[in-house]
Design a protein around this ligand. Structure first.
Ligand code: BGC
Ligand code: ZN
Length: 367
């Protein structure tokens, strides 16, 4: 069967290749689930892997099959599978456990080992192919009523984890009722985080470079949040107008933006970083002032990566709630379908060149 792969660390090595078709029996104890891949989303991580900045092949292979945002339909299940049936729509978690305690209790997103295993990213092949098999523990059912949001399940799981972690750490405050949020970046994670924070009742300002109107600015407005363009208003100006935010979630992909956000957080607030920056950017900051403000203000910086099964389920609940509250809004994120695995060059071109492509995804097969 066909697969889109790269040679990690070798820039622009994306190519189509043949790989063996998997079978349910590949997973021990009858726990295998065979999934027909319908759609796969790609993001900046895939771009960075193809740029040679990030990612590693599985041991013994020199190539890595890309793809970590999957939506598919179950073809067959092993005799030991309980939660999933043939015909179900599903997605899959990305990380697989290592050996630490956190890995062993299903929280592999919090592994304490330096080495992490992620399908389509690090040391494990991904989903940009025709079929895949995995243990039922890593397969998450997608409600049929949400099938139009297909490849958003994985990015939503990461956004859901980031917000959930922020609330979790803020239990240090005994009582924490955040009023105002700044979301930095209006890409997929920024927009999904905007939706989650709106559903939690916050006043949300989603801050991005581009001047409105854009698809993102429309989605932000449809979510009853405020879109702020940095070409019109600086973050300092926004703060003097509306006040400091209790939570800032950075999803810009710019370490400059992520670090600079430290200047704006409210007392007792939390700043959450979610971007993967594979480059080597150096940043200058007003260190003394930030240090002073952060100590005097009990401020907290939180990094959040990946998502485990619980976060996928949480994200799916929030997507369902978002559909009830803001029907049809989030599917506007799905801007750029590309048909067929053989379009791998077009997929990368869109990721690199098209600034208006909010979400590029591959239609691998029809239902
Ligand atoms: C993926 C996450 C992953 C992270 C780091 C992101 O693009 O969505 O699942 O943990 O990259 O590799
Ligand atoms: Zn991703």
């Amino acid at each position: 069967m066909k697969a889109i792969a790269v040679y990690p660390k070798k820039p622009n090595s994306v190519h189509l290749r043949e790989i063996p078709r998997p079978a349910v029996e590949d997973v021990p104890d009858g726990k295998g689930v065979l999934v027909k891949v319908l759609r796969v989303g790609v993001d900046a991580t895939d771009r960075e892997i193809n740029e040679g900045l990030y990612g590693n092949p599985p041991p013994g292979d020199d190539f890595l099959v890309l793809g970590h945002e999957v939506f598919g339909k179950v073809q067959a299940v092993g005799p030991g599978v309980r939660r999933i049936r043939a015909g179900d729509y599903v997605t899959a978690t990305v990380r697989r456990p290592g050996k630490s305690l956190y890995d062993q209790i299903g929280t592999y997103d919090m592994t304490s080992e330096e080495t992490y295993y992620e399908r389509g990213i690090n040391l494990l092949h991904g989903f940009l192919t025709e079929y895949f098999v995995d243990h039922e523990d890593y397969i998450v059912r997608v409600p049929p009523g949400l099938q139009h949001l297909h490849v958003l399940m994985e990015p939503m799981s990461c956004a859901a984890k980031a917000v959930q972690q922020a609330y979790e750490v803020q239990r240090r405050m005994r009582v924490w009722s955040p009023q105002r949020a700044f979301v930095l970046g209006a890409g997929q994670i920024g927009l999904l985080a905007t939706a989650i924070l709106r559903l939690r009742g916050l006043e949300v300002y989603t801050i991005a470079r581009r001047k409105p109107p854009t698809v993102s600015s429309k989605i932000v407005a449809d979510l009853e949040a405020t879109y702020v363009s940095l070409s019109e208003t600086s973050v300092d100006e926004l703060v003097s107008k509306v006040g400091r935010p209790d939570i800032i979630l950075d999803a810009t992909g710019s370490s400059q933006m992520a670090l600079d956000a430290m200047r704006h957080l409210a007392l007792n607030g939390v700043l959450v970083w979610t971007s993967i920056t594979g480059g080597d950017e150096q940043v200058t900051l007003p260190g003394d002032r930030i240090n002073l403000q952060w100590v005097l203000g009990n401020k907290l910086l939180l990094g959040s990566v990946n998502a485990n099964r619980e976060h996928f389920e949480l994200g799916i609940r929030d997507l369902a709630l978002a559909e009830a509250m803001y029907p049809g809004v989030l599917q506007q994120i799905l801007t750029n379908p590309v048909t067929g695995l053989d379009q791998y060059e077009e997929i990368m071109r869109l990721l690199v060149e098209d600034r208006s492509a909010l979400k590029v995804y591959v239609e691998v097969a029809s239902d």
